[in-house]
Design a protein around this ligand. Structure first.
Ligand SMILES: NC(=O)c1ccc[n+]([C@@H]2O[C@H](COP(=O)([O-])OP(=O)(O)OC[C@H]3O[C@@H](n4cnc5c(N)ncnc54)[C@H](O)[C@@H]3O)[C@@H](O)[C@H]2O)c1
Length: 255
């Protein structure tokens, strides 16, 4: 494959779709993956050079199948973006064990084993300057987030895991960074607006206005805002950048 090759997880919606479109516009061949195979396929059909794969990141078998297919089909892997994630709002006292386990399985264990498969594939293919980007969250940098304790725990985990991966994979020339978005307008956000509105006794519109008021740059974040930062991290301008958690949130949380 002459083009640089990127794999994106959870690419059938929201931020993952925007990342795939932005990478494609910048000349990447994109392996578009999602547990929702139809959503992945519909997006892949609109891109210049792409292939869709079903991948549920809670299945290590499916992760390894995709990584192995990249080794045999594209024979090249430059970038792996672990974006798939889930959220469900509940008061801390009401989070059940199954809810906690599910959040951790997708948001943390999924990123761990997808990263492992990506590193193994890059090493097998002899990739120079391989890049892994993990999508964490503003909730991976601060716990002052209502009704998302299990999510916060998973995303802090992603930020720490990113540092450990960056440290261990540096000798292989692989850079690993996480990106921490704020209030991004996606289907996940629409669900969260409704949950938070119910838990606070407000309307979704009132909650949306609170989130905008909490953002110094004065608007909700667009998935493309995240996609552009992922492309920066994937590119040569970020050659000496590894182990970082890049906030892209319009100033909603500064550290
Ligand atoms: N929307 C936000 O405000 C926001 C803010 C910070 C971080 N994030 C993070 O960005 C990422 C993308 O979020 P989004 O807002 O685009 O969400 P979304 O719900 O719009 O899209 C998520 C996609 O991931 C897929 N997915 C879910 N579970 C999966 C699994 N087990 N295996 C593979 N695919 C799976 C879904 O099918 C969907 O296509 C998530 O990691 C999320 O935590 C989102």
């Amino acid at each position: 494959m002459n083009k640089a090759v990127a794999v994106v997880t959870g690419a059938g919606s929201g931020i993952g779709s925007a990342i795939s479109r932005e990478l494609s516009a910048r000349g990447y061949h994109v392996v578009v993956t999602d547990m929702n195979e139809m959503a992945a396929q519909s997006l892949a059909n609109t891109l210049d050079s792409a292939r869709a794969c079903k991948m549920d990141v809670t299945s290590i078998e499916e992760i390894n199948e995709v990584a192995n297919s990249v080794i045999s089909i594209e024979q090249r892997l430059d970038l792996w973006v672990s974006n798939a994630g889930v959220s469900k709002m509940a008061r801390f006292e009401d989070v059940s064990e199954s809810m906690f386990d599910f959040t951790i399985a997708v948001n943390l264990k999924g990123v761990f084993f997808a990263g492992q498969a990506a590193a193994r594939a890059m090493n097998t293919l002899g990739t120079n300057n391989g890049v892994i980007v993990n999508i964490a969250s503003m909730a991976g940098k601060q716990g002052k987030v209502p009704f998302l304790a299990d999510y916060v725990a998973s995303k802090f985990g992603v930020v720490g895991l990113t540092q450990a991966m960056a440290y261990e994979l540096a000798p292989s020339g692989i850079r690993v960074n996480s990106v921490c978005p704020g209030y991004v307008a996606t289907p996940m956000q629409v669900r969260e607006l409704a949950w938070e509105a119910e838990l606070r006794g407000m309307t979704s519109e009132q909650v949306r206005n609170l989130w905008i008021a909490d953002t110094p740059l004065g608007r909700l974040e667009e998935p493309e805002d995240v996609a552009k930062v992922v492309c920066f991290l994937a590119g040569r301008d970020a050659d000496f950048l590894t182990g970082e958690a890049i906030a892209v949130n319009g100033g909603a949380f500064m550290d």
